[in-house]
Structures are given as C-alpha cells and as structure tokens.
Design a protein around this ligand. Structure first.
Ligand SMILES: Cc1cc2nc3c(=O)[nH]c(=O)nc-3n(C[C@H](O)[C@H](O)[C@H](O)COP(=O)(O)O)c2cc1C
Length: 192
C-alpha cells in the first residue's frame, strides 16, 4: 500500500472487529518533559485521516503542558491478539475549537461533567474532593447542554514516520517503515 494511513485504517478496522480487543483505539502516547525525559500514558484515538491522529484531553494536564513545550510525540498501538504493533512519530498541533466542540458535544453527559470536575494531573486531597467538584458542576449545568470547558480540547499528531510490525514465526517478524518526504511516503522493510 502506498499510503500508510490506508494500511493503518485497515489494521484499526481489524482490531475493532476483533472480539477480544476491548479498547481497539487505545494507544500509548509518548511526550517529552522539560528535563528531556520521555513520558508515556494511554489515550484514545478519536479521529484519524491523512491530516493525522487526534486525541482529546485536559489542556492543563501533564501531557498537554509537555506538548505545549515540545510539540513532538510518538504513538504506539499494540493489538496483541492480532500480533500487530504500529509505531508513529510526528509533530503535534491543537485541533480547532469547532472540532473540539463537536467531539465534546458527542460525549456522554457524565463524561462532559467529569471533564469539568477534573483538574487532570494536579494533586487532589481525596476522592471526596473530586466527588464534590462533580456535584458542583452537575448542579451548575443541571439544565441544557454542558458547554466544553476552555481547558479541555484535543491535539492532532501529523505523522512523519509510521512503522507496521507483524509477528512471524521464530522472531522473523515483518517490519514495514514509511517515512514522509516532500513527494509522498517512502517505504522500506526493516530487519526484525
Ligand atoms: C484505556 C485508557 C484510555 C484513556 N484515554 C484517555 C484519553 O483519551 N484522554 C486522556 O486525557 N486520558 C486518558 N486516559 C488516562 C491517561 O492514561 C492519563 O492517566 C491521564 O490523561 C493523565 O496523563 P498526564 O498526567 O500524563 O497528562 C486513558 C487511560 C486508559 C488506561
């Protein structure tokens, strides 16, 4: 396949169609902190096309702060039952407000209220403090739509490198690497 995004979409569809894969869109997001250390956590892929891979989060969280400082990141998908891994590197930009509004509006009400209640990645005194904040915003927005908090939005990672890994017997795995160039994608095979 000439376009790795087509292959990615095919693998993602396979994962979504696989019974024992619970969160097929979950991916490990690696960022870089201010000391140069890599940091990782799992987030959910909410959109993907030629423009990149989109995920949503709290803009004051550790990951968002790191991305604002160093807008470069990596993603890793591992669909173990399919024996497949995808590694992606790229640069990251914020999604538009319109995109974030549209996605936020599609979320369950409880998740919308949870977004308001959570000062993600900041210390919290107790579980009760979180529950009190949730109650506060549940009361505040008890009628009508829950608006998107200004501190909650998404990022889009535009890939410069995508590697597809497929397990093969005796560790002789297939590795297909795509790198982005001015004229399109270059493809090469790597030793396992
Ligand atoms: C399966 C799974 C899905 C998750 N999805 C998201 C997500 O889409 N957005 C998000 O901000 N955190 C998500 N989290 C929580 C993050 O892993 C992480 O704990 C949180 O975002 C704080 O990370 P940070 O302190 O590096 O910013 C998810 C966790 C798991 C295990």
């Amino acid at each position: 396949m000439d376009n790795p995004l087509d292959l990615f979409q095919q693998w993602l569809d396979d994962a979504k169609g696989y019974d024992t894969i619970d969160e097929p869109t979950s991916m490990t997001l690696a960022t870089i902190n201010s000391d140069g250390y890599p940091d990782t956590r799992v987030v959910l892929l909410k959109d993907v096309d030629d423009s990149g891979f989109v995920f949503y989060t709290n803009l004051t969280s550790t990951k968002a702060t790191q991305l604002q400082q160093t807008p470069k990141a990596a993603l890793n998908f591992h669909w173990m039952p399919l024996n497949r891994q995808v590694r992606i590197q790229g640069s990251v930009t914020p999604v538009t407000n319109a995109e974030a509004d549209e996605y936020f509006a599609s979320r369950p009400r409880q998740s919308q209220l949870g977004a308001w209640a959570s000062k993600q990645s900041q210390p919290v005194e107790s579980r009760l403090e979180l529950e009190k904040r949730l109650a506060k915003y549940t009361a505040k927005f008890h009628v009508g739509k829950v608006p998107r908090p200004e501190f909650w939005s998404g990022f889009r990672l535009k890939p410069i490198r995508i590697e597809f890994w497929l397990k093969q017997p005796f560790r002789l795995h297939d590795r297909l690497e795509y790198t982005s160039t001015e004229s399109g994608w270059n493809q090469r095979r790597l030793f396992p």
